[in-house]
Design a binder for this molecule. Structure first.
Ligand SMILES: C[S@@+](CC[C@H](N)C(=O)[O-])C[C@H]1O[C@@H](n2cnc3c(N)ncnc32)[C@H](O)[C@@H]1O
Length: 355
């Protein structure tokens, strides 16, 4: 991750974790959902927040120069408040996160930071909330690439001890650029990408999608949709979640950047996230995309020496309704050998900013 240490406005590290306007959409959706989750869970008395790829307390938005709160800070500030919170981060950034949380929330004992790969150290963090295994729990899984292992999702899905069998709610980011990086034009690139996908899905069912892409039966768009669907399908059919909701976010050109997949078996969670997604499609996404297009245009104009007396804002972006689609049965594997493309080289990195 490109960490750019600067003097944070709250005294800590400010990172350049900003991907694009969709990062802001993601955080706004998270903020809204967490408040509604805790409000809806008030009768339970306690709630738990798990953040497996916690990042930094504050991020910097390079296009506007503004700092904004990361998921950890949003969760800590949620009202009504979470009883306990666990943040996982890689060693190094975890140290910084610990220091910044201490500075930003002095004396707050509700949380712990676990340093290291969340897939390997999940249980260390879960220990901190063992006494609240019964409580409504929300897990945010926000990797940059395909870094989460199915085993981790499985462990989370079986963690809660609730009399009614309700599970930890999951909100998982499926990064489209990382998918296109591993998929390439022909299909999956190399054994390392194949292993990553098998680790993510917990099986090699993705091969059937790859085979159809290689035979040109699936367009790149269908391929992406099938990969997201496979995750949703397995969350319901294998882990037993009742409902999953996908929210696809696009860049300024509306090219897919990532899909946020929400999984729950709680009616209230389902209806709240449906509302939050619907609102995002009609309000946050068009407004923030329009603003991002405006900021980009102004920057291009400045670079070309075209001055502006006032900020004209961005062009109007048409809102789209959120339409729920049931996950469908994934394709089955075709006969014949599975051919992998060459391993991706460093030049195959896709920068989402340029998409
Ligand atoms: C997209 S950023 C998270 C942003 C944060 N959730 C937010 O919204 O403010 C992903 C973070 O995951 C961390 N990370 C990457 N691999 C990890 C792993 N295996 N376990 C824990 N953290 C990891 C990276 O250091 C990075 O800070």
């Amino acid at each position: 991750m490109g960490r750019d240490a600067k003097d944070g406005r709250q005294g800590g590290l400010v990172t350049d974790e900003w991907g694009g306007y969709w990062t802001e959409v993601k955080l706004q959706v998270l903020k809204k959902y967490l408040a509604a989750f805790n409000l809806a869970s008030r009768r339970a008395g306690d709630t738990v927040y798990l953040d497996l790829f916690a990042g930094a307390v504050t991020h910097n938005r390079p296009d506007t120069g503004h700092a904004y709160a990361g998921s950890s800070a949003l969760a800590m500030r949620t009202t009504p408040a979470f009883s306990r919170l666990v943040f996982w981060e890689l060693e190094g950034p975890a140290e910084q996160l610990r220091r910044d949380l201490e500075d930003t929330f002095p004396g707050d004992k509700r949380y712990t930071v676990v340093g290291g790969d969340c897939n390997d150290h999940l249980d260390r963090g879960l220990e901190f909330v063992r006494s609240l295994r019964w409580a409504p729990t929300f897990a945010f899984i926000d990797p940059k690439g395909l870094d989460v292992a199915w085993q981790t999702l499985e462990r989370l899905a079986t963690w809660r001890r609730d009399a009614r069998g309700r599970k930890v709610e999951l909100w998982i980011l499926m990064p489209e650029p990382a998918l296109s990086r591993v998929l390439g034009l022909q299909g999956v690139r190399g054994q390392s990408s194949a292993s990553m996908l098998t680790r993510l899905y917990g099986c090699d069912d993705w091969v059937a999608i790859h085979q159809r892409r290689q035979r040109n039966e699936f367009t790149p768009e269908q391929t992406r949709a099938e990969f997201v669907n496979l995750l949703r399908w397995r969350l319901t059919s294998v882990l037993g979640y009742r409902t999953t909701h996908p929210l696809q976010l696009g860049n300024v050109h509306n090219q897919p950047v990532y899909t946020m997949v929400f999984a729950t078996d709680v009616d209230a969670g389902e209806s709240i996230m449906r509302d939050v997604y619907s609102h995002a499609k009609v309000h946050e996404i068009p407004t923030l995309r329009s603003h991002a297009v405006g900021v980009r245009k102004a920057k291009q104009d400045r670079e070309r020496g075209i001055g502006r007396l006032f900020d004209p804002g961005g062009p109007a972006v048409a809102p789209e309704p959120y339409v729920y689609v049931e996950p469908w049965e994934p394709p089955s594997r075709l006969a014949g050998p599975v051919e992998l493309d060459a391993e991706p080289g460093p030049d195959t990195q896709t920068d989402v900013e340029d998409l």
